[in-house]
Design a protein around this ligand. Structure first.
Ligand code: ADP
Ligand code: MG
Length: 620
């Protein structure tokens, strides 16, 4: 007789699945009999379109059926939501608004359903892939989307790294340098990976989060629209359905042009005017299409050149070139790549499946189903990360000014780096830590990740108090920053993680609410779904109660003090300028002084920002 108790239940094997949440297609896979295998949807498809649709009865449909509704019901159907991740731009769907990560969570929830059909219901751990070039927010939002869908997100890994893993798994005995060129629907990534004795080491990685097959489709849409404007003086893009129809036809034509030299696009009804159907017909040649997109493709070759430089390799050093992503099926891509490397890319890689299979391998390494000593992978940071510092400029310091790199681009992760900074004013009791990522020497030209205020610094001379700033970049590509005042010796550290975790918890709660509301209307009959969200919501509320208050604003006095310092410094600089610039600086100082006199918090803030921006612009 077997005694099944709670402890046994807990010890039960929990599968970890790998997920490719793509702009165009998504899939989930796991390790079965020692090999990665994609879990099919109930209708047998391995990849599902990343499309969400709310049907007229309010039911949420994801995948192929949703994609077929794109033209018929464009206001109820959303595609390519991944392009909006990290933007906090709300998206209208069936008369409601959802955030990009909430829509993504609906796609992941669909995949969770496939997983549950194999393993039974309940929590599942997942490794989710993201473009290597995804920002911190985009990674956090992807993680959040996974959690909202009911996954425990074990790991976020980079898509080209996953593709390299899928290749490495099959060629474990080879020692080689591999270039992964991943051009999908919305993003482009390129990574250089060194494979040696089963260790896959990403050497360098770069890319563009806004370049992919979607852009090629829209180029064709514009071409079709111009044709219609010329013929009928009507822009079909202004009609939601006309636009969706053109987009669908554009993608079809693009795909055909990968195998045919020319295609005829004939659409008798794109839109209507005064009850008259309006359409167009065009014959497209492959070379015309290539001309439309060549500039974008050449940009990807520039990135290839850059990534090789960063990896300190020459094109001849590369042994294998892996083409990943549906857009690499465009013959011109392979042509540009083989011209550049003087070598043909591998043909045994499945462009759409490599990423999800690699994600499953990473999941298998994580869960222990695959032996860890066989294959190891290390990745790098795609950006430089650091903080804003006062930058010495013409003998003066300006704020926020310069970007000081703490973790340079292409550092192997996980990594921890620390640096010392000092106070810049006498009696300074707080420092603002502003965290950025990017490659410009100017903070404002980079992407801000977050900021916080370190308080309680003992009064002292300018430069006398030391602040230690520690950056920890974890294996998921998520950053945590700590700042500490050295002299007090007390444990005085604030982590950005605190602020961001709170934010992400708030975000999570808001999302749960919104999705709950959305699902209530969408599937009023589906009581279970509703209950599931209520339980999640209660847990989140409890966690939030345990959360501390977090203060991250400058005090009014400090802001005023900052404005006075800035005003004095700027005044001292007037002499360095002539003519228009001199007049502009004088005007700004006078505005700043007015704000100081008026002593209104908001106005002070605005005036400081303006002066700072102007100073940096003058410098550049
Ligand atoms: P993602 O990773 O962004 O989900 P995929 O790797 O699935 O994307 O690639 C999807 C993109 O590839 C789409 O823009 C699609 O139109 C394009 N695509 C798929 N097949 C072809 C083809 N034969 N020729 C050109 N483009 C293609
Ligand atoms: Mg992809």
């Amino acid at each position: 007789m077997k005694n099944v108790n709670k402890t046994n239940d807990k010890e039960k094997f929990r599968p970890v699945v790998g997920i490719d949440l793509g702009t165009t297609n998504s899939a989930v896979a796991y390790i079965r009999y020692g090999k990665p295998e994609i879990i099919s949807s109930p209708n047998g498809k391995e990849l599902i379109p990343s499309v969400v649709h709310v049907d007229t009865s309010g039911k949420i449909v994801v995948g192929k059926d949703a994609a077929s509704a794109l033209v018929a019901m464009p206001s109820r159907t959303i595609a390519a939501v991944k392009r909006k991740m990290g933007s906090s731009e709300s998206i209208d769907i069936a008369g409601k608004k959802l955030l990009p990560h909430e829509i993504s969570s609906l796609i992941l929830k669909e995949l969770k359903g496939y997983v549950d059909r194999v393993f039974g219901e309940g929590e599942k751990e997942a490794v989710i892939t993201v473009p290597a070039y995804f920002t911190d927010e985009q990674r956090r939002e992807t993680k959040l989307a996974g959690e909202l869908a009911g996954f425990i997100v074990e790991r976020i890994i980079n898509e080209p790294t996953a593709a390299a893993l899928a290749f490495g798994f099959e060629h474990i005995d080879e020692n080689s340098h591999i270039l992964v060129y991943d051009l999908g629907g919305g993003t482009f990534d390129v990574s250089v990976v060194e494979m040696m004795d089963g260790i896959l080491e990403v050497k360098a990685s770069t890319g563009n989060n806004y370049l992919g097959g979607e852009d090629f489709d829209w180029k064709l849409v514009d071409l079709f629209a111009e044709k219609m404007i010329a013929k009928h003086r009507v822009d079909p893009r202004e009609d939601l359905r006309g636009r969706a129809l053109l987009k669908e036809e554009a993608e079809k034509a693009k795909i055909l042009l990968s195998t045919e030299e020319s295609v005829r696009v004939s659409l008798p009804i794109v839109t209507v005017r005064e009850n008259q159907p309006l359409g167009f017909e065009i014959v497209l040649h492959r070379k015309d299409f290539v001309q439309l997109i060549d500039e974008m493709l050449l940009e990807t070759i520039d990135s290839v050149r850059n990534v090789l430089k960063e990896a300190k390799l020459r094109s001849a050093d590369l042994d294998e070139i892996l083409l990943v992503g549906g857009s690499t099926r465009i013959p011109r891509v392979a042509e540009l790549i083989s011209d550049f490397f003087q070598k043909e890319p591998r043909v045994d890689i499945h462009p759409e499946e490599a990423v999800v299979l690699g994600a499953a391998i990473q999941a298998g390494l994580k869960s222990g189903v695959l032996s860890k000593d066989g294959l190891i992978v290390t990745d790098v940071t795609p950006y430089s990360m650091g903080i804003a510092v006062l930058k010495e400029w013409q003998g003066l310091a300006i704020h926020p000014g310069g970007f000081h790199v703490i973790i340079p681009k292409n550092t192997t992760i996980p990594t921890t780096r620390s640096e010392m900074f000092c106070t810049s004013r006498a009696g300074q009791s707080a420092v603002s830590i502003e965290i950025f990522q990017g490659e410009s020497e100017w903070a404002k030209k980079n992407h801000i990740l977050g900021d916080f205020l370190l308080e309680g610094i003992p009064p002292n001379h300018a430069g006398a108090e030391e602040i230690e700033v520690v950056f920890r970049y974890n294996i998921n590509g998520i950053l945590e920053v700590t700042a500490k005042c050295v002299s007090t010796g007390e444990q005085m550290s604030v982590t950005v993680q605190d602020a961001l975790v709170r934010n992400s918890q708030e975000l999570y709660l808001e999302s749960v609410n919104r999705l709950q509301e959305f699902l209530k209307k969408a599937t009023s009959s589906d009581e279970e779904e509703w209950e599931g969200f209520q339980i999640m919501m209660q847990e989140m509320l409890q966690e939030e109660e345990e959360d501390d208050e977090y203060e991250d604003e400058l005090t009014h006095d400090e802001l005023r003090e900052e404005a006075i310092t800035l005003s004095e410094r700027t005044k001292a600089m007037v002499g360095n300028y002539r003519g228009n610039e001199r007049r502009q600086i004088k005007q700004m100082v006078s505005k700043l002084n007015k704000a100081i006199l008026k002593d209104d918090f908001e106005e002070l803030q605005t005036a400081i920002d303006k002066v700072t921006d102007k100073l940096i612009d003058l410098e550049m």
